[in-house]
Ligand binder design. Structure first.
Ligand SMILES: [Zn+2]
Length: 273
């Protein structure tokens, strides 16, 4: 049952549109000015005798969008957005329809607002980035997802990511975790210009308690955090001249480990481009 929209049925409207079960009577020249897609749509030659878009009995149907989305777009176009104009769903609706109907200012407004929006979940940001070629959003969103446990993702998050992105994410996480396990379990070789077997032995246990275990139990801790534990560790049983050498050598290796990990992440991101 088609019903007149409570807000967007203008008595002086000149084009009748239908979205789901709502009819909108809007201003044709205004809409044509905003969207080249609508302009084409409204000026398409119609069959002789047809009067599509001039009455409630024969509206122009806009398929594949919801009234909620369309209302958001219209409130933006007719400048009726009330503060705060930045609820995520509203902005996403504006982005989607702005893109669909090529309304550049709506799309730009949504992108700019969403860019700085703090509450946008990285799964949504990743989805939008891939759907609308917003390449700047891809790497930050993916990197953020890398440090969130998979179990913390809701069904909606997973649905947004889609099977491909989800599997790329899961594989990248597994690869990084395996890399960290191998680093944690294989004691890093530290080359010194002399031999202090006791210091070496003590350092080995310091490594395990201060770093190795941390890497295993908190796989998403940053290398920087893990390494600052080495710097701040007591290193019981290690002599004073060995301590700074171990700390320095491991710090240097940590940079390499970090780069290896970043390479895994970058490779995954490249697959999503
Ligand atoms: Zn020593």
């Amino acid at each position: 049952m088609l019903e007149r929209h409570s807000k967007y049925w203008f008595e002086d409207g000149s084009v009748v549109l239908q979205v789901e079960n709502s009819a909108y009577n809007l201003h044709r020249s205004f809409l044509e000015m905003k969207s080249p897609v609508w302009k084409d749509m409204f000026t398409m030659p119609v069959e002789q005798g047809s009067s599509e878009g001039v009455s409630l009995d024969n509206p122009i149907i806009l398929p594949q969008i919801t009234t909620a989305e369309f209302d958001e777009l219209l409130s933006f176009l007719y400048h009726q957005w009330t503060p705060p104009p930045d609820r995520t769903e509203r902005l996403v609706a504006l982005l989607r329809l702005g893109n669909l109907y090529q309304i550049d200012d709506a799309k730009e407004f949504a992108i700019t607002s969403l860019s700085t929006h703090p509450t946008v979940h990285p799964s949504l940001r990743l989805q939008l980035s891939r759907e609308y070629s917003l390449d700047d959003w891809l790497a930050p969103a993916f990197t953020r997802l890398m440090v969130l446990p998979l179990v913390s993702l809701s069904e909606e998050d997973v649905h947004r990511l889609g099977l491909f992105a989800y599997s790329v994410l899961a594989k990248a996480k597994e690869t990084v975790e395996a890399h960290r396990k191998s680093v944690a379990q294989s004691f890093p070789i530290v080359h010194l210009p002399y031999r202090h077997p006791n210091c070496y032995k003590s350092w080995k246990s310091t490594w395990w308690t201060e770093v190795g275990q941390i890497l295993l139990h908190f796989p998403w801790t940053s290398w920087h955090d893990a390494m600052s534990r080495v710097a701040g560790a007591e290193m019981a049983g290690v002599c004073e001249s060995c301590k700074p050498r171990y700390a320095h050598e491991v710090g240097e290796q940590a940079k390499v480990w970090h780069e290896q990990e970043m390479a895994i992440v970058d490779k995954a991101i490249a697959r999503l481009r």
